[in-house]
Design a protein. Sequence first.
Lengths: 154, 154, 154, 154, 154, 154, 154, 154, 154, 154, 154, 154
Amino acid sequence: MAKKPTAPPIYVLNGPNLNLLGLREPEIYGRTTLEEIGKMVADRAKTHGLSVVFRQSNHEGQLVDWIQEARTKSAAILINGGAYSHTSLAIHDALRAVDVPVIEVHLSNPQAREEFRHHSRISPVAKGVIVGFGAQGYLLAVDAAASLVKRIGA
Amino acid sequence: MAKKPTAPPIYVLNGPNLNLLGLREPEIYGRTTLEEIGKMVADRAKTHGLSVVFRQSNHEGQLVDWIQEARTKSAAILINGGAYSHTSLAIHDALRAVDVPVIEVHLSNPQAREEFRHHSRISPVAKGVIVGFGAQGYLLAVDAAASLVKRIGA
Amino acid sequence: MAKKPTAPPIYVLNGPNLNLLGLREPEIYGRTTLEEIGKMVADRAKTHGLSVVFRQSNHEGQLVDWIQEARTKSAAILINGGAYSHTSLAIHDALRAVDVPVIEVHLSNPQAREEFRHHSRISPVAKGVIVGFGAQGYLLAVDAAASLVKRIGA
Amino acid sequence: MAKKPTAPPIYVLNGPNLNLLGLREPEIYGRTTLEEIGKMVADRAKTHGLSVVFRQSNHEGQLVDWIQEARTKSAAILINGGAYSHTSLAIHDALRAVDVPVIEVHLSNPQAREEFRHHSRISPVAKGVIVGFGAQGYLLAVDAAASLVKRIGA
Amino acid sequence: MAKKPTAPPIYVLNGPNLNLLGLREPEIYGRTTLEEIGKMVADRAKTHGLSVVFRQSNHEGQLVDWIQEARTKSAAILINGGAYSHTSLAIHDALRAVDVPVIEVHLSNPQAREEFRHHSRISPVAKGVIVGFGAQGYLLAVDAAASLVKRIGA
Amino acid sequence: MAKKPTAPPIYVLNGPNLNLLGLREPEIYGRTTLEEIGKMVADRAKTHGLSVVFRQSNHEGQLVDWIQEARTKSAAILINGGAYSHTSLAIHDALRAVDVPVIEVHLSNPQAREEFRHHSRISPVAKGVIVGFGAQGYLLAVDAAASLVKRIGA
Amino acid sequence: MAKKPTAPPIYVLNGPNLNLLGLREPEIYGRTTLEEIGKMVADRAKTHGLSVVFRQSNHEGQLVDWIQEARTKSAAILINGGAYSHTSLAIHDALRAVDVPVIEVHLSNPQAREEFRHHSRISPVAKGVIVGFGAQGYLLAVDAAASLVKRIGA
Amino acid sequence: MAKKPTAPPIYVLNGPNLNLLGLREPEIYGRTTLEEIGKMVADRAKTHGLSVVFRQSNHEGQLVDWIQEARTKSAAILINGGAYSHTSLAIHDALRAVDVPVIEVHLSNPQAREEFRHHSRISPVAKGVIVGFGAQGYLLAVDAAASLVKRIGA
Amino acid sequence: MAKKPTAPPIYVLNGPNLNLLGLREPEIYGRTTLEEIGKMVADRAKTHGLSVVFRQSNHEGQLVDWIQEARTKSAAILINGGAYSHTSLAIHDALRAVDVPVIEVHLSNPQAREEFRHHSRISPVAKGVIVGFGAQGYLLAVDAAASLVKRIGA
Amino acid sequence: MAKKPTAPPIYVLNGPNLNLLGLREPEIYGRTTLEEIGKMVADRAKTHGLSVVFRQSNHEGQLVDWIQEARTKSAAILINGGAYSHTSLAIHDALRAVDVPVIEVHLSNPQAREEFRHHSRISPVAKGVIVGFGAQGYLLAVDAAASLVKRIGA
Amino acid sequence: MAKKPTAPPIYVLNGPNLNLLGLREPEIYGRTTLEEIGKMVADRAKTHGLSVVFRQSNHEGQLVDWIQEARTKSAAILINGGAYSHTSLAIHDALRAVDVPVIEVHLSNPQAREEFRHHSRISPVAKGVIVGFGAQGYLLAVDAAASLVKRIGA
Amino acid sequence: MAKKPTAPPIYVLNGPNLNLLGLREPEIYGRTTLEEIGKMVADRAKTHGLSVVFRQSNHEGQLVDWIQEARTKSAAILINGGAYSHTSLAIHDALRAVDVPVIEVHLSNPQAREEFRHHSRISPVAKGVIVGFGAQGYLLAVDAAASLVKRIGA
């Protein structure tokens, strides 16, 4: 039996075009939809006694708003910034103002793709980064977050 | 007599500050307003038996949303990304997920302007690019789109 | 006794994460909140017989919208673009279309921080720039704006 | 009935290796030969009451000579500089000395190809640029040229 | 009860200076020794019914030798290339010749450190990358490897 | 009635070619002479109960000497380094050794001019920077300095 | 006894200034003249039952013309592009349109000379490259060409 | 009375677009035609007892041919390489093979123009360079050449 | 009948991952194994009356050791440095200390592959370079070496 | 008989280390001393009815002072900035404020020397540049200056 | 009489190709052999009451091993990293883990040699650097080490 | 008893801000004043039978003057160029004209500090360089100079 969630939820924030998951370039991003990932993530979090707030937006400013919200309401932030990962200083700054652990996730391995995806503005302000494992990467990130939350909470 | 529109519409998407057209720096962008261009474009499309969805936004995320909408509802996308052309990987990624022809248009010739306008994030994912002809460029792009739509539809 | 405001207001526009002022990294940005700065700015403007429109947004597109609004409704624009200062060509273009004086303000001194904050897309289209004086910098900018407005109005 | 050509001809100049069109890398350049394009271009020009001088050379200097000839004898120049587009300052300078409209055309979209094709020495001195539409791009360019010639002639 | 290991072992290869773990710069690398990580990794692998070959060397050539050995004898490779991650094309080439999944691990988050650690020669040839979670990252990598091994073995 | 100056003076140091002010390129630097600015500055300082030492030199070494002098004899340093702003590490180092507030001033806005004026060696070691307001900028800087001096003196 | 030539000839094309061979900078290029190399090459080709077309031009366009000719009339192309090797995209494109093997030769070793000779536009479209062996390099290239021609012909 | 020419002639070689002199961009290149410069140059040379061979071509290869000719038939080479100055390694190599003095001339001052004109491939292999004096620069170059020829001839 | 070997042997040194030849990426490196190449090389050397020492190592230091050994014991060095070709200054320095001819060989053509393979640290200290001919390239190199050895020995 | 000097003198300003002329690296700078050049220059100027002020300093600030003096007291400025040519923005700015013709001279040809001498801060603000002719270059520059002075004075 | 060695020894570690000292390029590295330097170093150390461990290897990994050994067994490390100085992050990281003083030595002055020797990976983690004095530099380094050891030991 | 000084003195020249030694940033530069270093240096020189001229200036030109003086009056030059080390080509050129040994000294280790201190204009023209040992570095440099002077004097 899973434990009752008492900690604040993990915020899982997804950036631009991730709502097309399963439709767009499946040879790169796989065939699982974002909705399905949302369910898998919630299930896995439950095994750690944690709940999840799962969102997606194509708007940089919306992501900044949510990070600011998560700043005081979450136990941890999982973020797949999509294309904004490589350009957004606003998200970078928002994450710097956050004290809870931040974990960056990418479905594919950006270093194995185009030059302009090699640098992430999120990585330098993330506790850790997990890339290349597809939907599975979100679950590993939940495990990592749970472990960090417990350690801090202890 | 123009043919009856049966194909899905052409989406014509305009990026930031294009709503100021005719007002802003007329020596660069001309004196035609965006509304006037919208009408010229609709008229020209009608001669090809095509209709047009014509929009403008200053919001990068809004443009991404519209491109995703056009992904399943349009026959072709004409896009003048304005300043986002040079910086937006999110728009780049959204257009990559699109199967209908994408045509990039600019009123002025970016290569003849400042260094930071020389590179477009949209060009590499566009079928073709037409720049420097002012409002006339939109009409050429409609002609090109019509030609591509017919070829594919044949 | 302060003069009656007859000129259009000064628009003071604040970019992403500035709503966290006083909370985020106080060793860099100080402990004054944005709301407090808003009041200080209004008070100082009143001594020049000027009123103030004071806003903040995390959305690049929203800032562009406001600059376009200020284009016809303000006597001057004070802008602290936050992180968008370093990346936004859309804001750059919007400010270029503006005839009233534009003054760029930063609380901290970007040249004394990370490399990626050394270049501003706003500076080249600003009349003047004031950085590094914390909340005080906004007041100096109001003084500068008042002086410019008077000179033009004379 | 087409109008009688009274304006000077449009010069259509083609650079190195374009004589191999239809033979070389058809997946990039299509299967239409340059001779066929020459006929299509002449036909389209005739609908605007214009004639065409259509030439190709692998020699940079020859292209410069022809541009100088076109300087006083043409109504407009359409140029597909081929590989010289990316390296030739001599062609750049020759085109700068020309007062008639210059339109750059490429069959493929150089921005979607190798890095070294991303920059054109011709673009900065062209009125407009049309790329990526294959042979169709020449026809769009003729339309654009006709429109510019009429406007100037008016 | 854990399953009996029948698959080939996971090779866990550690690069230069990782034998100093727990001693060197603990504020960056933590206080767990490499030997302790070896045990944790073996235990975790056992829960997936997998065994582990765990090695460390300061010699680039030795790491290449081991990767070549793992090429035919392992189910997956976990590699923390240490400083060679950023310079070794030889390791890059060796990993390219490997068909089993390769997972790159780093204790710290290289993107949050010096510029010269931002680029990895291993990342482009890895299936996935996990960085920043300290010793915990090795365990996540074992989970990821187990998941990949099962999927392939199915 | 102005207060009696009791604090040490503000040093206002002007770099190369500023003695030509009012004569050189008035469309960039305005028509006020340096001598006139000196008077305006002294007057403004007096309103804060402060005195001013106002100097100009074309010699980099002389400026370094004066900064060292100001190190122990001034309440604050205002410096317009002129062209040395962009090249002088010696001035950079001298200012680093100073504990009183340093304010950088430029008459024009260097970011709106040539590339080689975009980077300042003084900015990273200045408390704040004020550029683009012509002679008015010196007065704003005096206000800023007075404010900083009082805060420290309190 | 040498075999009778039945295959099409090998085209050996020499670029600018190679006609000065034996005269120009002999410490770099040796004392053998181009005419002598032509004879040596013909003799060596004869031992493989092959004939040779041996040409030199200082004109980039001429070299492109010859490559196009060789495209349908040769068994292989040996090319020493001289200075055009480092700058000519036109030659690069011409060679890309060729199906017969292309071998690049240089008398000296460009990597051991000035920086601007380190990169060749020909190398990426050549089957193989032989440099640094003086006139002897041409003979090795003939051997290599003969071997490739036979393999393809088999 | 001028001395009888007994030395070989000075070759004065002019590159692409210089035949347009007096017509093209007179605000940069002046209003004197190339033919007029030819006469002025011949007259000035005669005062030194020297004759002149004066030529122009738009073809890089032609210029290389002429330099090779001048190699054995001239007393000195004056070269205005036009746009080829900035790109041609072939001309660079040809001039390196020349033992007589080479003097580079430009009508305008390339360093005061676009970035891509700042570097000359001819300068490093020239004895001296004279730029910015318009047609007068050719006469100074003749004087310089005469002086060098005499010194060597002495 | 082949001549009796009296000269010192040719050292043929192979760098990292070349022991995988025939197994690794055969579409790039071919299907011949290194052992087979070793035999082919020895046979070819015998036809020149020369013997061969043929070795491979994944260790940069080992290759340096062997080059130092070859320094006094070989007639020539053939080296395929593999990935170390692009990074090793140690091998570069070792080869610089060698007086016998050094020939660099690569199976594939590095200029036609990834950017990071375009520059070789070995090329600048090699007499000549032969790339792109697969196993055949080693034989051409033996021929070249034999020719150089004879010339020196003469 | 030379004409009586009525025009203001030509200022000939020499930068750092030029006082060592004839002593320092004579293979680059020749054996004529600066004093001798001063005399030659005065003599040549006299033939044009002009006088000369001839100075040298190792101090950048001194050169700026002299340029400012020459601004109102000279007919033209000849400047050999020595090493400051490549680094001094202060001299660049001083020369920009000058209306009389400025001619840059160098004894050697900087483009044929080290990379760091390829760019001059003086060239972009000079009317013309003469380099590489040793002491003779000063005389050519006097001739050029005389010609410019007359043209302006006419 | 020299004092009895009680402190741990100084480790003097020499990198690749230094075993060729006295043989390789004596005009750069001098004629003293490494063995002779070893003796000189031991003698000099003895005058400070210190002993020496003196080693050389061509293997990067071996040098890392030795640095780790020296980490706990030496009083100071003198290291001449040879070519690895410029490329080895592994040695950089190993030295960072060391608490005893590290002194970098080079026989020649790398800044006066090729570009790729200008940057050292060892310098940033060394206490001090001594270059350019040949074998003498080792002795100066021993003196410096002795001084540092005493100061720490005091 | 020290030997009587018969050789010319060693010039020890100190650049900008070194007069602040002991006061400025003691955590970097230590607490010894420049005057104290001057005495230590003189004492150490005396043990070698040498005298010292010890000077400091903030003026680049003054340093150039002194180097020229030392050119004929010193046995060796020790120079700590301070910030000018990284920018001054004038000092570079002055030192190149010097035949006596030049030794560069820095108190701190520039390679371990900001990027802009990593490159020295003095190093390429120095015999040797000693950095990072604080005041002690001057004494090592005196020892080195003494050794070089004796060797030359022998």
